[in-house]
Design a protein around this ligand. Structure first.
Ligand code: NAP
Ligand code: GDD
Length: 349
């Protein structure tokens, strides 16, 4: 019997990789999408199956984490074996501009979904997309037991979601887990997160379409991994014998300045010639350094990150250079062979 999964945030970076992974594993996949005046399914268009075709295994449903009644209806109809709650207003800087909206979707959205599970009377395993932003001001290395100190409305909203997921596990004996994921990136990364902003700029500069890149705090340190590997980790958490929370990270930190250097180098450019400071990209409170300790995931799930930031920058720059030549019409993924061929993991680890 194939399993059924319900993914919120299926149109996002992680949702698209997770949907791919689950379809590959034979799952029937249901995704929640928001109604928008333009198409917002670019990252999953290649997975789309005509619902009139017999055996189509991907179904999309309109809905929103702000609409609890809709979630109850959907869960009653779908009766999923697994739920992956990836939907969120996920941009930290934007959360300072839209704190209430962020609280409503990223925080309260999670309890709406958990309550919908109870009201629909279904018994799925539940994955909550928690984040290294929970650690915020606490210095690295950060692991499952590190004290949490969020530094943004986004981090505070995710803190609520983290605790309510734990609470439902303890109160109602639900198989509900938090994946505490450190930053993970890919050619499908949202264009305003720092890595993708940089790699897109590199491609535009190389093509002669841009001559400056304006950045905020380039001294910040992040633990950047490769998103498809993290989707695999999410799935493994729901296959475990016991519901437990896990950190997923590479264990290696680099600064934004380092990422600039890796990315410009990948296109044969010197970053110092193009990058300028603009205070509009600073945050009222910053998270200075995130670097995770993924030991528990390695020991209990057999999960380990393989791609580190220098290679990740090359993967993303190559994809953005290719996309430039295609007039930015499609997401370009780098084939697995290319990734293996450029791997420097053993040296950098
Ligand atoms: P993303 O690309 O920004 O995707 C967010 C998804 O949430 C999109 O599908 C978006 O839909 C959907 N969404 C937003 N508001 C919604 C609402 N009110 N109702 C329903 N859907 C809504 O984020 P991501 O990078 O894939 O991250 C996935 C999850 O992991 C997020 O919860 C994020 O906070 C968390 N996380 C990410 C990282 C990371 O480094 N990527 C690390 C730790 C945790 P539209 O496409 O319509 O906008
Ligand atoms: N976005 C952005 N734009 N960030 C910049 C810029 C800029 O121009 N200049 C410097 N930065 C710095 C930010 O201040 C931050 O310290 C770092 O680059 C990374 O910023 P983002 O890529 O926007 O990601 P984030 O770390 O704030 O949040 C991401 O990772 C979290 C996990 O740690 C998001 O994906 C969150 O949803 C996720 O939870």
């Amino acid at each position: 019997m194939s399993k059924t999964a319900f993914i919120t945030g299926i149109t996002g970076q992680d949702g698209s990789y997770l949907a791919e992974l689950l379809l590959d594993k034979g799952y029937e996949v249901h995704g929640l999408i928001r109604r928008a005046s333009t198409f917002n399914t670019k990252r999953i268009d290649h997975l789309y199956e005509d619902p009139h075709e017999k055996g189509a295994r991907l179904t999309l449903h309109y809905g929103d984490l702000s609409d609890g009644a809709r979630l109850v209806t959907l869960l009653s109809e779908i009766n999923p074996d697994e739920i992956y709650n990836l939907a969120a207003q996920s941009h930290v800087r934007v959360s300072f501009d839209e704190p209430v909206h962020t609280a409503n979707t990223t925080g309260v959205g999670t309890i709406r979904l958990l309550e919908a599970v109870r009201q629909a009377g279904v018994m799925p395993r539940f994955y909550q997309a928690s984040t290294s932003e929970l650690f915020g001001a606490t210095p690295p290395p950060q692991g499952e037991d590190t004290p949490m100190y969020p530094r943004s409305p986004y981090g505070a909203a995710k803190m609520y979601a983290y605790w309510i997921t734990k609470n439902y596990r303890e109160a109602y004996d639900m198989f509900a887990v938090n994946g505490i994921l450190f930053n993970h990136e890919s050619p499908r990364r949202g264009e305003t997160f720092v890595t993708r902003k940089i790699t897109r700029a590199v491609a535009a500069i190389k093509a002669g379409q841009q001559d400056k890149l304006y950045m905020g705090n380039i001294d910040a340190i992040r633990d950047w991994g490769y998103a498809p590997e993290y989707a695999e980790g999410m799935w493994r958490m729901l296959q475990a014998d016991e519901p437990e929370d896990f950190v997923l990270a590479t264990g290696v930190g680099y600064s934004v300045r380092d990422f600039l250097q890796f990315s410009f180098e990948a296109a044969g450019l010197e970053w110092e010639k193009y990058v300028e400071f603009d205070e509009r990209y600073l945050r009222p409170t910053e998270v200075d350094a995130l670097m995770g300790d993924p030991t528990k995931a390695h020991e209990k799930l057999g999960w380990q990150a393989k791609v580190l930031a220098p290679q990740l920058a090359r993967i993303m720059v190559n994809a953005d250079l290719k996309q430039q030549t295609m007039n930015g019409q499609h997401y370009v993924d780098v084939p697995a062979d290319d990734i293996a061929a450029t791997s420097t993991h053993a040296v950098e680890r």
